[in-house]
Design a binder for this molecule. Sequence first.
Ligand code: PXP
Length: 239
Amino acid sequence: MMRLGVNVDHVATVRQARRGKQPDPVAAAIAAEMAGTDGIVCHLREDRRHIRDKDVFLLKEIVKTHLNLEMAATDEMVGLATEVVPDMVTLVPEKREEITTEGGLDIVANNEWIEEVVRRLRSNNIIVSLFIDPDLNQIKAAAKCQADYVEIHTGLYANAPDLGTAMDELEKIRSMAMAAAKMDLGVSAGHGLDYHNVREILEIEQIEELNIGHAIVAKAVMVGMENAVREMLTTIRSH
Ligand code: PXP
């Protein structure tokens, strides 16, 4: 059964629109856990545009399932992660001007530094995942860096302009998930997944975990966080 990680960044995005206290991503995480999620994901960006440092420390205190901290591979973030010690860190590329994470990490081009960051995190008992495009060279580089997991970027599949492109992207995700599993990497996937397009991804048996944020928080605005998470879990588990 695929596990679900609920990304609560977008709750913090609404809060930061007023620089206030509501809505609270920590309360959203509690609701998601009450609905039965397998884990909580948050991304502490260098510009702190949504999740703040305090949220990460609070999430570490209250999350009872599994906390996955997404962050850039910088000295500052590695220092923070080794203080918080989440269950997992997912290293993602970050550009200040982007609206959301736009592509996977280029591990091939930054091999030595990523390997060093993976080593530092793993020596603090943190499971390390690398967010990558469905590309064989990146998967080989991830295995060489001794990462525990790769998270395959599903954005091009999710946002494909037509069905043919979506199916091509899906095929890439499927074959790269198989390649990663053969290299003994754990496999997760995420970005742009919703209640509909997730169904095809559920067919890929090598994928162990899905990380989903925007679609769940968007639905939660209408039906509440617990209902939104339950509906996604029903979609995943009834597959
Ligand atoms: N996985 C990673 C690495 C991400 O950066 C994001 C976006 O924060 C997600 C998954 C979730 O994407 P979405 O909000 O589109 O579901």
